[in-house]
Design a protein around this ligand. Structure first.
Ligand SMILES: [Zn+2]
Length: 80
């Protein structure tokens, strides 16, 4: 039988426990980074036909895919 010191066993147990938490945290963090997040600046709201669409290419003015009218970006004042 392998005899180990009690304090060594406790420290090993804590080390393994902390490592497990660290690994779980890192995996969760990686998954969070992979998640597709849609920023508010990509969501456009047509002022003519009230159609809501997504355009990631334009910053200031984009064309509505439904009615073809040009839309200016509405600056959202409320904090997100
Ligand atoms: Zn429209």
């Amino acid at each position: 039988m392998i005899s180990i010191d009690f304090s060594l066993a406790i420290s090993l147990y804590i080390l393994i426990f902390l490592n497990t938490i660290l690994i779980i945290w890192l995996v969760n963090k990686k998954q969070k980074d992979k998640d597709l997040t849609l920023e508010d600046k990509f969501i456009w709201f047509c002022s003519v036909c009230t159609y809501t669409y997504i355009n990631t290419k334009e910053d200031m003015i984009s064309v509505c895919p439904r009615c073809g009218s040009y839309n200016k970006k509405i600056v959202d004042i409320s904090p997100s």
